[in-house]
Design a protein around this ligand. Structure first.
Ligand code: AGP
Length: 615
C-alpha cells in the first residue's frame, strides 16, 4: 500500500518527508518521490526501487522548501518507473499531487482530458487528478486550490487519499479522503503541520493528530487548519493524543521490526490487559464497547470477520466467546462475507478484527453488517482507523505500532482482546459464576510472565531453523483451540520465507493430506499437555511412520514427547484457553529465523503490504 507524507512549516521539508517515508517503508512499495516549493518554484525528485535510491538522488541534487509532499508507490496502474512515481505535476507546472487508491474511472477521464489537449507523461491513473485540478483552477475556482481540488475529486470514482499543493498558494496543503484507500492523518505541530497516511511517519514530530473520515478534506497551513465535508460543510474533528512513543516505531537493537515485535509481546499483552480487568471481582472493564446487559442478553449470534492472521485470531476467539458467554460464533473471511447474503439482524453482533483498521475486505464486511442493522464492534490496533470510527463499539489492541508486515504482537493482542470480550459477555449475560470469572481473570494476569518465559527459547529456535531452512514444504498440525495456531504458524512461515506451508486440523490428516508426508516434509505439531495430547502423540507417530521430520511444540516437563518427535520446543504450562498465545510464539520465531537463514526481506516480504486497501 502506498505511503504519503506532507509538511508545511519553517523547516526544510525535504528531510522531514524522506524520514517520514522511511517509517512507512513497511507498507511495501516499488518507487518513491518528493516535491517541495521554494521561491514560487516546484522542485521534484523521484526514483524507482527502495527509498535509498531517492535519498541518493536528492543528495546529488538537493531540493529545499518549507512546504512539500512525498510518496512511496505500490504500483497498480503503470509499471514501477520514475515517470510513474508520485508526485505528479500539472501541465502548467502549477500543481503537484500524491495519491493512494485507484481512480476506477481514470480511462474515461484520461480520454476527456486528452481531448482537451492534456499531454500525459505517465501510465498512472493518478495523473488525471492533477490535470483535473489544473482544469478547475483555471475554470471556475479562480485558482483557489481548495475549491479546484474539491471540484476535481467529485469526478473520481473509487477510494482515495490525496494531498495537493500549488506554487500559486505555497502557504497551504490540501488533503482529501474518499473511501478506504488508507488513512489521512493531520499532525498538529508548533508553527508547523504534517499530513501522513499513517501515524509512524510523523509521530516523532507530534502526538496530536486528526484523522479525516471518508468524503472529508482539509486545508492546512503552518499554523492553522480547517476540515470540511466535500460539499463544504465545516467540521470540528476530534484531536487525538497518540500514546505511542516514537521509539516503539523504531527497530532499536533488533535486526528487524518483526523480531522486535515478537519480543515486545510480554509488554504489549500487559498493555492490552492494563486497566481492563478487576481481578477481585473477576470482571472485564470494556466501556468502549458501549454495551448494556440488556443488549448483551438479547444477542443471538456473533459473526467475526477478518483477513489473514486476524482471521486466525478470530478462530481462537470463537472458543472464548462460546465457552464463556454461551453465544454462537461464526468466523468468516472479510473477503467472502459480503458475497454470502449473511443471515444477520439487529440481534446479531459483527466483530471485525483488523490491526490496521483499513483492510478494505474487512471494511466491506462491516458495511454489509451495518446495512443489516447488526451491532458493529471492532478490535483494532491503529487509533483513529476507519474500522474504529464506523463501529458501535471497539476494543483497541494497545500493542503499539506494528511495523513488520508479518503480524505478531497484534495477533496475540487481538486474542487477549477476545478473551476479555468473552469474559465481559459472560458477565453481562450471567453465564459465568463469580468463581469462574475470578479464575479466568487470574489466568489472564499470569499470561505476560508466561509469554516472557516462552521468548527465552529463541537461541534454541534459531539453531533449529538452521537445520530446517532448506526444506521447501512444511505441514503445521494442531487440534481444538490450537488448530488456528497451526494455520497461523504456516502463514508466518510462507509469507516471510516464501516456503510453501499448510496448516491443518490434525484429525484431518488421515482423510488425505497424510499422503504428503515423507522425509522431505517437516511436520510441526502443537502437542501441549491438554485434553487432546494423546491424539497429537498418535499424530506424531503416524508422521514418523512415514519418514516425516517432526517438530513438536510441547509443555515444559513433558519428557515423553522427546521419545516421539525429532525436535521439541517447549512452552510453559498455561491455562488451556490461553495456550494459543504461548504456542504461537515459537512458531513466530521459527518462521523469523528460517527467513533470516534464507536471506529473505523479513520486514518487507515481496508482493505483500502491511495493510491491504485494494480488493
Ligand atoms: C499477517 O501476517 C499478514 N500481514 C496479513 O495476513 C494480515 O493479517 C491481513 O492482511 C489482515 O490485516 P489487518 O489485521 O490489518 O486487517
Amino acid at each position: 500500500m502506498c505511503g504519503i507524507v506532507g509538511y508545511i512549516g519553517s523547516q526544510n521539508a525535504t528531510p522531514i518527508i524522506l524520514d517520514g517515508l522511511g517509517r512507512l517503508e513497511y507498507r511495501g512499495y516499488d518507487s518513491a518521490g518528493v516535491a517541495v516549493i521554494h521561491d514560487g518554484q516546484i522542485s521534484l525528485r523521484r526514483d524507482v526501487g527502495k527509498l535509498i535510491n531517492l535519498r541518493r538522488r536528492v543528495e546529488a541534487d538537493p531540493i529545499y522548501g518549507s512546504i512539500g509532499i512525498g510518496h512511496t508507490r505500490w504500483a497498480t496502474h503503470g509499471v514501477p518507473a520514475e515517470r510513474n512515481a508520485h508526485p505528479h505535476i500539472s501541465m502548467d507546472g502549477e500543481y503537484v499531487v500524491v495519491h493512494n487508491g485507484i481512480v476506477e474511472n481514470y480511462l474515461e477521464l484520461k480520454d476527456e482530458l486528452a481531448a482537451e489537449g492534456v499531454e500525459f507523461k505517465s501510465e498512472t491513473d493518478t495523473e488525471v487528478i492533477v490535470h483535473l485540478i489544473e482544469r478547475f483552477a483555471q475554470n471556475g475556482a479562480n485558482h483557489n486550490l481548495t475549491e479546484a481540488t474539491r471540484k476535481a475529486v467529485q469526478l473520481l470514482r473509487g477510494a482515495h487519499a490525496i494531498v495537493v499543493m500549488s506554487r500559486r498558494q505555497p502557504d497551504e496543503l490540501v488533503a482529501v479522503r474518499i473511501g478506504n484507500a488508507g488513512g489521512v492523518a493531520l499532525g498538529l505541530g508548533e508553527g508547523e503541520n504534517f499530513v501522513a497516511s499513517d501515524i509512524p511517519a510523523i509521530l516523532e514530530h507530534t502526538r496530536r493528530m486528526i484523522f479525516l473520515e471518508t468524503r472529508q478534506m482539509a486545508t492546512v497551513s503552518a499554523t492553522a487548519y480547517r476540515v470540511q465535508t466535500l460539499d463544504g460543510q465545516p467540521l470540528q474533528p476530534e484531536i487525538h493524543d497518540i500514546a505511542w512513543d516514537p521509539v516503539s516505531a523504531a527497530k532499536g537493537e533488533f535486526k528487524h521490526f518483526m523480531q522486535k515485535e515478537i519480543f515486545e509481546q510480554a509488554r504489549s499483552i500487559t498493555d492490552t490487559i492494563r486497566g481492563r480487568v478487576d481481578f477481585e471481582r473477576g470482571e472485564a472493564l470494556l466501556a468502549d464497547l458501549n454495551l448494556t446487559p440488556e443488549k448483551a442478553q438479547a444477542l443471538t449470534r456473533l459473526v467475526t470477520v477478518a483477513c489473514g492472521t486476524s482471521y486466525y485470531s478470530g478462530l481462537v476467539g470463537k472458543f472464548y466467546i462460546e465457552h464463556m458467554a454461551r453465544l454462537n460464533v461464526e468466523v468468516d473471511y472479510g473477503s467472502e462475507y459480503r458475497y454470502r447474503d449473511p443471515i444477520i439482524d439487529e440481534r446479531s453482533a459483527v466483530l471485525a478484527i483488523t490491526q490496521s483498521g483499513e483492510t478494505v475486505d474487512t471494511l466491506a464486511a462491516m458495511e454489509e453488517a451495518h446495512q443489516k442493522q447488526a451491532t458493529l464492534w471492532s478490535i483494532v490496533n491503529s487509533m483513529g482507523s476507519q474500522a474504529m470510527r464506523i463501529s458501535d463499539g471497539y476494543l483497541t489492541m494497545n500493542a503499539g505500532p506494528e511495523i513488520g508486515v508479518a503480524s505478531t504482537k497484534a495477533f496475540t493482542a487481538s486474542i487477549v482482546d477476545q478473551y476479555l470480550l468473552g469474559l465481559y459477555l459472560g458477565q453481562l449475560r450471567g453465564t459465568l459464576t463469580l468463581e469462574q470469572r475470578r479464575q479466568y481473570a487470574y489466568d489472564l494476569g499470569r499470561l505476560p510472565d508466561l509469554v516472557g518465559r516462552t521468548l527465552e527459547a529463541e537461541p534454541k529456535i534459531k539453531a533449529l531453523a538452521g537445520q530446517l531452512y532448506h526444506y521447501t514444504d512444511f505441514l503445521f498440525l494442531g487440534r481444538g483451540i490450537n488448530y488456528p495456531i497451526a494455520l497461523e504458524g504456516a502463514l508466518k512461515l510462507k509469507e516471510i520465507s516464501y516456503i510453501h506451508a499448510e496448516g491443518y486440523p490434525a484429525g484431518e490428516m488421515k482423510h488425505g493430506p497424510i499422503a504428503l508426508i515423507d522425509e522431505d516434509m517437516p511436520v510441526v505439531c502443537i502437542a501441549l499437555k491438554d485434553n487432546l495430547y494423546e491424539k497429537m502423540i498418535s499424530q506424531i507417530e503416524q508422521a514418523k511412520a512415514r519418514g516425516g521430520v517432526v517438530i513438536a511444540i510441547a509443555t515444559e516437563g513433558d519428557t515423553f514427547i522427546q521419545t516421539k518427535a525429532d525436535h521439541v520446543l517447549y512452552v510453559p504450562e498455561t491455562a488451556p484457553l490461553l495456550s494459543p498465545v504461548v504456542a504461537v510464539i515459537p512458531l513466530q520465531m521459527l518462521a523469523y529465523h528460517i527467513a533470516v537463514w534464507r536471506g529473505a526481506d523479513v520486514d518487507q516480504p515481496r508482493n505483500l503490504a502491511k495493510s491491504v486497501t485494494v480488493e
